[in-house]
Design a protein. Sequence first.
Length: 274
Amino acid sequence: MRILAVPNWSFCDPELCRNAVSEACNNVTLHYAQGDIDHARTVTGFSGESVDVFEAMDRLCERLLPLINLGKGGVHPFAGALDVCPFVQLDGDLNELIELVRGWAREFSSRYSIPVHLYERAAQEGAEFRLPVLRGQLGPTSKPFDFGIGSNPKWGYSVIGVRDFLLAVNLNFAESEMKLIRHLARSVRDLRESGDQAFVGVRALAFHLEQQKISQLSLNLTRPDETSVDEICAWVSDQTDCTFSTELIGVIRDVDLPRATLLEPLPAQIVPTL
């Protein structure tokens, strides 16, 4: 079974991350490994046979967790050192992947004494499955953990699961446009909640990135088969005369490229579909 992992780590040290990833991911295809100093966050993405992907995850945890100090948080919401770790099915049986991920999450929690919430398709029937809720973005969460208890004083807790493909896209504006960015993020959320099909499944957050001196509209397109990066960018352009640049975080499927011509992904970021 071929799968994709996109673990998000709550730290940014490009050199240390580069060394750890090069050693841990030698048996998988590395798609992405980039950190952001203002977010205090590093996103990695790699794919391969499930056994190789889980082994790479084990090696990354061994190398990266000791480097992470949650006291040095950035602007991005986070739950813990390994903040969120989604696995995505590339082929094979979805139910098999769900059981594999649950098993790996259980072992991870036991090994590092880090509590785990399962999310999206890996969540237990009837349990909360939404990442923003489990990470406490929509108010304090008192949901019981699937594995472990309490929050690790050093590494917090992790949200691990199985999800469909999504697109993580940043629109970067001049630093002086933060008021506009907050308005745009709120408008995207309002349009989504109102049922506007152009924004179905689109999440939006506004960030001021002090060290990079930009204002950022951070978008997650959780249903990329039904939405378009280009259409959303066109809507943004209709709202303002301010210029902005686009940035793809993580990976994109080849089938999404025709609706995302304003992005400039590196070849390694493009995941072929079967």
